[in-house]
Design a protein around this ligand. Structure first.
Ligand SMILES: *[C@@H]1O[C@H](CO)[C@@H](O)[C@H](O)[C@H]1NC(C)=O
Ligand SMILES: *[C@@H]1O[C@H](CO)[C@@H](O)[C@H](O)[C@H]1NC(C)=O
Ligand SMILES: *[C@@H]1O[C@H](CO)[C@@H](O)[C@H](O)[C@H]1NC(C)=O
Ligand SMILES: *[C@@H]1O[C@H](CO)[C@@H](O)[C@H](O)[C@H]1NC(C)=O
Ligand SMILES: *[C@@H]1O[C@H](CO)[C@@H](O)[C@H](O)[C@H]1NC(C)=O
Ligand SMILES: *[C@@H]1O[C@H](CO)[C@@H](O)[C@H](O)[C@H]1NC(C)=O
Ligand SMILES: *[C@@H]1O[C@H](CO)[C@@H](O)[C@H](O)[C@H]1NC(C)=O
Ligand SMILES: *[C@@H]1O[C@H](CO)[C@@H](O)[C@H](O)[C@H]1NC(C)=O
Ligand SMILES: *[C@@H]1O[C@H](CO)[C@@H](O)[C@H](O)[C@H]1NC(C)=O
Length: 577
């Protein structure tokens, strides 16, 4: 605690702020609106705050899938042309950089920043305290690059993801200025992809239960890519609905973010936001623009700011996050509002910054409705499945570390990688194991989940390494436990402790018997290395080149990275489709 307060005091001095104990107020949700402690409406006047990484040549060109993403006619898709990151820079872990930037954020007049990935094992005291003292809230995505997000191509809600989300929440729950945690960003990008919404909703359910168990009032959110009304609107409604029909918010997000770039230049409400505003007219939870800021023409004049905070928009929207503080260049051009000196010691605002500053500083919030007259929370029934919205209301279970560890430790053939970078090989090994299993009459159905039928295999909520051990064990057993059938080119090890009388299917149903429903998740035990196999090697893969990557819209930007994994898993799971 001592160092915590010292860091806070230092920042206050650096920033020349009064440290007179003016704590940032608590923001709460009443129905579809956000409120300050005094009952006045709270609006997100925000900016995205995360450095974009450099392109990794290995990943360039894996993005063809994005071309199919349909946006409104006047919309740009700033994310699509970004290449695939594999590492990230935590923007809340560098006290020097935060001290450099917070005065600029204050000049800009923002009350919120959105951050796309943080590293739970680093110290965030200085940045978070500095932001809090400056009256700035954070909207924090819980997702990480490569293997820390729900993979839209092969979606699952698994122990390693839940544990990673919890680790991040635990690292940030001591701060008073976390407004919301996003459980995903642009996971669902097409009507077909809406099956992934079941996993996003399960993530929201379990994240919410965990926050409640910690007495946290932070909101649970999701940030969506913009798209056609026929699936975006049901998606939003689905994420905030009650599948049981009992008006309960247990599986509902609190805040829906739309990454919306519809308003370009000096457009008008009617010509830009009117359609989406109408779509969300009856929405039951908070809605805002989790990214906005069309950059054509450039420089941006930010004529959308008074419109977004004006009387046409505020009955529906609670503000937005301008994209982006740090340089972020795509095929659509530059979205950044500052440039960094080569040594990172100084930042220089550009015209976009100055214009946004002017606009943000002119905003006066419309306080309507006040909290006392806000409609109370309601959680309608979920949208019907149809050809443009495929997600079932049957959600996957809460992932259980203990059940998956029981399974892993009792399986006859265990994934025992020779590398700590398991995410690089798990996909191809799953592909191999599942197709080999197919040749001996087995199937990978138990490790797969289907968001359209709402059927989830016994092992579907375990981490990828445990799923792989399961598939390897089934193949090994089908080959009468011939040690050669557990080799997988040196990636598998026969488990001498495994029972010779029970097989993988039996062990799975025994270990996971009590893990089919929901429960309040608990923090992973420190002995656990989420996402790794049971091999005991717990060293996390080093993240080379601090100067690489950060993603803009993480999950989406990760598509290419995931593709290898996803495609190979899907390849092995065809039988489920
Ligand atoms: C989406 O579904 C349509 C129709 O069912 C199909 O033609 C198309 O290939 C699918 N797209 C993807 C990406 O799976
Ligand atoms: C599916 O249902 C949604 C409402 O939940 C509707 O907006 C959409 O148009 C429907 N899609 C089709 C193809 O009918
Ligand atoms: C923190 O940020 C400063 C300014 O950009 C940079 O010079 C320094 O290398 C960063 N420190 C770390 C540990 O990344
Ligand atoms: C991602 O993979 C690395 C090993 O490559 C592992 O240490 C880490 O725990 C994994 N993270 C998640 C969330 O699965
Ligand atoms: C892990 O492997 C992948 C694929 O080979 C690579 O892109 C990534 O940089 C590796 N990560 C680390 C931390 O070595
Ligand atoms: C493990 O599997 C990977 C991916 O198939 C392969 O490249 C590697 O050679 C295998 N063996 C070892 C010891 O890593
Ligand atoms: C596993 O064992 C059970 C019980 O002995 C048996 O019914 C089942 O067929 C076995 N499964 C496989 C895949 O061998
Ligand atoms: C699995 O192993 C654990 C010890 O690691 C043991 O307590 C448990 O009974 C085993 N479960 C099954 C189904 O074999
Ligand atoms: C978090 O930071 C630690 C310490 O620098 C590093 O070892 C680890 O790889 C980082 N984790 C991620 C997911 O980047």
């Amino acid at each position: 605690m001592l160092s915590f307060f010292r860091a806070a005091a230092t920042i206050a001095v650096v920033l020349g702020l009064s440290s007179g104990g003016h704590a940032i107020g608590k923001v709460t949700r009443s129905g579809r609106y956000l409120y300050n402690a005094d009952g006045s409406r709270f609006y997100i006047k925000g900016i995205a705050y995360q450095e974009q990484g450099k392109s990794s040549s290995a990943n360039v060109g894996k993005e063809s899938g994005r071309a199919t993403i349909q946006l409104g006619a006047a919309t740009v898709d700033p994310n699509a042309p970004f290449s695939e990151p594999s590492t990230f820079i935590d923007p809340l872990a560098n006290a020097t950089a935060c001290a450099r930037d917070i005065p600029l954020l204050q000049q800009l007049g923002v009350n919120s920043i959105r951050v796309y990935s943080v590293n739970a094992s680093l110290n965030h005291d200085s940045c978070m305290q500095g932001l809090s003292s400056a009256g700035i809230y954070t909207i924090l995505d819980l997702t990480l690059p490569v293997n820390g997000s729900i993979d839209r191509s092969s979606p699952a809600w698994t122990t390693n993801l839940l544990d990673s989300y919890i680790n991040t929440i635990d690292a940030f729950s001591k701060y008073d200025n976390v407004l919301a945690y996003n459980v995903g960003n642009e996971v669902v990008v097409s009507p077909n992809g809406t099956t992934a919404a079941t996993f996003v909703k399960a993530a929201a359910r379990d994240t919410k239960a965990y926050l409640t168990s910690k007495s946290s009032s932070a909101l649970v959110g999701y940030a969506a890519i913009d798209g056609d009304d026929t699936w975006i609107v049901p998606l939003a409604n689905y994420l905030s609905c009650d599948p049981s029909g009992g008006n309960s918010g247990g599986t509902a997000i609190d805040i829906f973010g739309l990454n919306n770039y519809e308003f370009c230049g000096d457009s008008t409400f009617q010509a830009s936001y009117a359609g989406k505003t109408g779509d969300f007219a009856g929405y039951n939870v908070v809605a805002y623009f989790s990214e906005y800021g069309c950059n054509q023409p450039s420089p941006r004049v930010w004529a959308e700011v008074p419109v977004l905070f004006g009387s046409d928009a505020v009955p529906v929207w609670s503000g937005g996050v301008a994209f982006s503080y740090f340089p972020a260049e795509s095929g659509q051009g530059e979205f950044g509002m500052v440039t960094l000196s080569s040594d990172g010691s100084t930042v220089t605002p550009n015209t976009d910054f100055d214009n946004l500053k002017t606009m943000y500083n002119q905003v006066s919030f419309i306080n309507d409705p006040g909290q006392s007259s806000a409609p109370s929370a309601s959680y309608p029934a979920c949208p019907q499945q149809n050809t443009s919205f495929l997600a079932s209301t049957a959600l996957p279970p809460t992932p259980s570390d203990s059940a998956c560890q029981c399974l892993e430790s009792n399986l006859s053939c265990q994934f025992n990688p020779q590398t700590s970078n398991t995410s690089a090989i798990v996909g191809s090994l799953l592909d191999t194991a599942c197709s080999l299993l197919g040749t001996v009459g087995g199937s990978c159905d138990p490790i797969a989940g289907n968001g359209q039928t709402g059927q989830y295999g016994t092992v579907s909520s375990c981490d990828p390494s445990t799923k792989l051990s399961f598939a390897m064990s089934e193949y090994f057993e089908a080959n009468k436990r011939d040690p050669q059938a557990c080799s997988f080119s040196g990636n598998g090890t026969v488990n001498a402790k495994a029972s010779s009388s029970s097989n993988a299917t039996v062990v799975a149903s025994s270990c996971l018997a009590s893990a089919t429903g929901t429960h309040v998740p608990t923090a992973p035990s420190s002995a656990t290395n989420p996402g790794s196999s049971s091999s005991g090697s717990s060293s996390s893969s080093s993240t080379p080149g601090a100067a690489t990557t950060i993603l803009v819209s993480d999950t989406r930007a990760l598509l290419g990275v995931f593709l290898m994994f996803a495609v190979s898993v899907a390849g092995g799971l065809l039988s489920l489709a």
